[in-house]
Design a protein around this ligand. Structure first.
Ligand SMILES: [Zn+2]
Ligand SMILES: [Zn+2]
Length: 271
């Protein structure tokens, strides 16, 4: 099993534990790398994101923990950058680009704020059209990845979280595949996100097997993350993920480079 996780949340955003508690849990698991990725400050996401007044303090604390644990474990200060966040929040080691909300016609709605919230979003912003929502979501994610020079594409098919999004609809599939083909030109690394399994909402990770095959065909690669909000879930579904990716024809590579700063990372590629 890999001994890394590059998608984790602490009490700085909506996680349950402190950064130090997460690091200690990671050390007990034999991790060599741990990346933190709090939700970026967003005018729409004040409930679960780091507040704008605290984000610099968060970065400073992660830097000091990285220094304190040097030689034991590599600590990386990343951010899960929401599409609605203006990119002006510090010098992060890596960026996960995620879309959690949609904005349209001067209204907004939450994609992953509960099943009722997602239905309400589609009703108000897209006049009940799930295919219009799907197209707009994938366009927004593509634009976000390109604009903000992401290192990792976060939970690519998040709208499928509650099982009500028509992921098999040909229009939604086409929109997703078009997004993959454009995104790989700018950020080839997609995460296999097991967070919804950890929360008991799904029994398969994001993205779906169909989309992972498209990512592979387009030359993309995959990193396994658990979108961890509880230190007990740092390795949730990691063993299963390896079998899952091998079954789709991906090959594990250790000691890969994530970006200019981060090396020694496990990444899965087509060969
Ligand atoms: Zn997210
Ligand atoms: Zn997250």
């Amino acid at each position: 099993m890999q001994r890394q996780n590059f998608h984790t949340h602490t009490r700085f955003s909506d996680g349950h534990d402190t950064p130090r508690e997460m690091i200690e849990a990671a050390l007990a698991l034999g991790f060599h790398s741990l990346g933190f990725s709090e939700h970026s400050p967003s005018p729409l996401a004040s409930i679960y994101a780091v507040s704008a007044g605290v984000v610099q303090h968060c970065l400073t604390e992660l830097r000091s923990l990285a220094a304190a644990y040097r030689g034991e474990i590599a600590i990386w200060a990343g951010i899960e950058l929401d599409s609605e966040t203006p990119m002006e929040y510090g010098d992060w080691d890596f960026i996960i680009a995620s879309v959690h909300e949609m904005v349209r016609h001067a209204q907004w709605g939450s994609i992953d704020g509960g099943e009722a919230g997602q239905r309400d979003l589609v009703e108000r912003l897209f006049h009940g059209s799930w295919t219009d929502f799907g197209k707009a979501y994938y366009e927004r994610l593509t634009e976000h990845v390109m604009r903000n020079k992401a290192d990792i594409v976060g939970h690519f098919d998040l709208p499928t979280k509650y099982g009500i999004f028509p992921e098999d609809d040909p229009i939604c599939r086409d929109a997703a595949v078009e997004a993959i083909r454009e995104i790989v030109k700018h950020c080839p690394l997609f995460e296999l996100n097991t967070g919804a399994i950890a929360r008991g909402l799904r029994d398969v990770p994001y993205p779906s097997a169909f989309l992972l095959s498209e990512i592979k065909a387009a030359g993309g690669s995959v990193i396994v993350n658990s979108d961890c909000h509880y230190k007990e879930k740092l390795t949730c579904w990691f063993d299963e993920a390896e079998d899952f990716l091998r079954g789709l024809g991906f090959v594990r590579h250790d000691n890969e480079r994530l970006n200019e700063k981060i090396t020694g990372v496990t990444i899965w590629r087509a060969e």
